[in-house]
Design a protein around this ligand. Sequence first.
Ligand code: MG
Length: 462
Amino acid sequence: MHRFLAFLFLILTPIGLEGRSPNFVVIFCDDLGYGDLGCFGNPTIKTPNLDRMAAQGQKWTQFYVADPVCTPSRAALLTGRYPIRNGMTSAKRVVLFPDSAGGLPASENTIAEILKQKHYATAAIGKWHLGHLPQYLPMKQGFDSYYGIPYSNDMDKVQGSPNYRQNAVDPNYYPDINDYNVPLLENDKVIERPADQNTITERCTERAVEYIKDNRDQPFFLYLAHSLPHIPLFVSEPFRGRSLRGLYGDVLEEIDWGVGRILETIRNEGIEKDTIVVFTTDNGPWLAFKTHGGSAGPLRAGKGTTFEGGQRVPTIFWGPGRVKPGVVTGMGSTLDLLPTFAALAGAKLPARRKLDGYDLSRVLSGEAESPRRTFYYWARAELHAVRSGPWKLHVKQREPINYGREAPMDGPELYHLETDISEAYDVADTHPDIVKRLMKMLDAHKADTEDSLPDQLAARIK
Ligand code: MG
């Protein structure tokens, strides 16, 4: 009898494991650079928890966000579609502001809505930035609950408060929370204003920990979007003045502590074999803010630009038993999270919707190489560049620091990203055939996106 039970256990356990839909936790930072984590080469910022997460999971070295600023990048992650399709991009206003009337259209299908087909519990914690009016908040996009600052932490700036950019010369300049009158929301109610940003990372982390404990017995999707290290930088007392890197390093070390808390909770609750955690960020470092902005490491430029520093982001997938450890050099994108999670959960993709993501589930399990071979770079509703394999062709650029300005170009520029990670050597002149091929790809993509534009125009950033 015992042997029979043991046999039953043996055959049922793997079926049970595979049959359980995995939990998904996305930890999404704001303006964190490619070179800001220990495991991505930072020499002074200490990120032991993220380093361990990378060692136990997959470190992706060529992973992209679909746009180099907050609002469109977030819209793309949650919908698996370029912002030109989901309406969250504009030539006039880069992102949504507190006086904006728009938000992510209700007609868009988010990861949370897709997973609801499979009865997932869903929560959004942290920065939203896809519309702060009631009709655009997370609960209207498939999330059961929300807690966080609904837009960027530097908005609602109090008139006459200090000029941050000037003060950012001092790596330890500490701003005042009262200079930014941003609200903290619980679902659709303001519960604090100004939000005490000194403790925002800690409080969002603890909310996430409680959420995981409360939902351990059912599949869940937790979207934890920290509002930092976007300026103004704030950190809780125990982390202040610790890092050799100054305040920016302190902020990163608190985020790293939070990642440790979350992974530890997942293990303590015994759900580590059924949970996939993704760590990444919405765009590259905000270089205009000097030492208060991050570092793109070896990549050119930063936030707001379609150079690699604006859109290639440090990314880690973790999931003991589901994610095969290693370094992945194939391409990936936040656009791919929706189809990947849908595949792993056995959920259907939205019908009659053009998606721009690829299912990466077989890369996570170590069974296949990344299916993504192409990536298009958009900024302010304009197509700037395309990557095909190792080649990247730029037809438009923005200033590397002051990205409000379009940068003049003599003609298309071609870079081989595998041999020239810093986009330093334009080889367009010596490779006319490749320039021609990539130009055709840009034209085709433009034609493919134009037809989805008209019905979204009304909902665009305004
Ligand atoms: Mg950002």
